[in-house]
Design a protein around this ligand. Structure first.
Ligand code: P6P
Length: 328
């Protein structure tokens, strides 16, 4: 499709080309894009109005809730609940699932999302993002519970992220490749900027919080030492998963947040961080593992389940996984 194609036209064309493979995401993505435009506006003026700083509330993750976090969660719930596509949503900001109110039509999809990942960067003006994952509600009719979300990531039908950076981007997949759209603020429309994104099979960037080195298990330490002693390898870590992931997707590289002696199950969340990014990276030719198993094979047991995440260029991830498996 020609660059500059609108998101709606692109998704409609994708559904024509792959009628069975992709579901009806035109309106759902349009509703999400509308929410993202609102957040892009608020993120870009965060320094101007009193939405920096924290609400004083603590979320389920026992982290201070930045005002923009709350705002983002509310904007997405409001944008998505009336469209008739979803039956329930799960969010990093909410302890339990959010069922679409009875006054609205309910659809056959579930959405898990992180409304504003990297929010600790809000008041230092570093790129942040929204991550979303769409699943089918497997058994229609019955009331929705958290168990409906406990599907392996391989069951996702659509996943993506919005990146609020030097420009606002949407990157998504519905199982037919990975595609990037950039928001043209002058007309308020997401325009195709990167069709069929492919991650290089090997990169020269590694991303990990080296401040945790004292907690790392030997496999992590040996792999990072190997990288440091290699040629043409550089470290890039911006403390914002969406920004780190997007850079590595576009340039090649590996992002690691493995479990360690402090974060015994890892830090990142399976349903609305690891799974959607793993679906995207595999669709772009990359790989995602916990060090012991493919992320998309994990059957979740909790909404906010943490997981080790090693994700990026295929050859880099395969090599990293060898170091973890040697530990056994
Ligand atoms: P650490 C941000 O809070 C986040 O969830 C991700 O965006 C980011 O990759 C990670 O945590 C950073 O964690 O422990 O390195 O500060």
């Amino acid at each position: 499709m020609p660059l500059g194609t609108t998101l709606t036209k692109f998704v409609l064309e994708e559904q024509r080309k792959f009628p069975k493979a992709s579901g009806n995401f035109t309106d759902l993505l349009a509703d999400l894009a509308r929410a993202a435009k609102l957040m892009s506006r608020e993120v870009n003026k965060a320094g101007l109005i009193n939405i920096i700083g924290t609400t004083g509330y603590i979320n389920i993750q026992e982290e201070e809730v930045q005002k923009l976090d709350e705002y983002a969660n509310m904007v997405i719930l409001n944008a998505m609940e009336h469209g008739g596509h979803l039956t329930a949503m799960a969010s990093e900001e909410m302890e339990d699932i959010y069922e679409v109110p009875d006054k609205y039509p309910r659809g056959n999809y579930l959405m898990a999302f992180d409304p504003l990942d990297g929010s600790s960067n809000i008041d230092v003006n570093i790129s942040i993002g929204t991550i979303f994952s769409i699943l089918r509600k497997r058994d229609g009719g019955k009331e929705t519970t958290a168990n409906d979300f406990f599907q392996p990531g391989s069951e996702q039908v659509c996943a993506g992220y919005f990146l609020y950076g030097s420009s606002t981007m949407l990157v998504y997949t519905s199982g037919n490749g990975v595609h990037g759209f950039t928001l043209d603020q002058s007309i308020g429309t997401f325009l195709l900027s990167n069709e069929n994104i492919r991650i290089p099979s090997r990169g020269s960037i590694y991303s990990i919080n080296e401040g945790n080195a004292r907690y790392w298990y030997p496999g992590t330490s040996r792999y990072i030492d190997k990288l440091k002693n290699g040629k043409n390898v550089t470290s890039r870590y911006i403390v914002s998963l969406v920004a780190d992931f997007h850079r590595n997707l576009m340039k090649g590289g590996i992002f690691l947040y493995p479990k360690d002696k402090k974060a015994k199950k890892g830090k990142l969340r399976l349903l609305y961080e690891a799974n959607p990014l793993s679906f995207i990276v595999e669709q772009a030719g990359g790989a995602a593992t916990t060090g012991e198993e493919r992320v998309l094979d994990i059957i979740p047991e909790e909404l906010h389940q943490r997981v080790s995440l090693i994700i990026g260029s295929n050859e880099d991830v395969i090599e990293a996984e060898r170091y973890w498996k040697e530990e056994k």
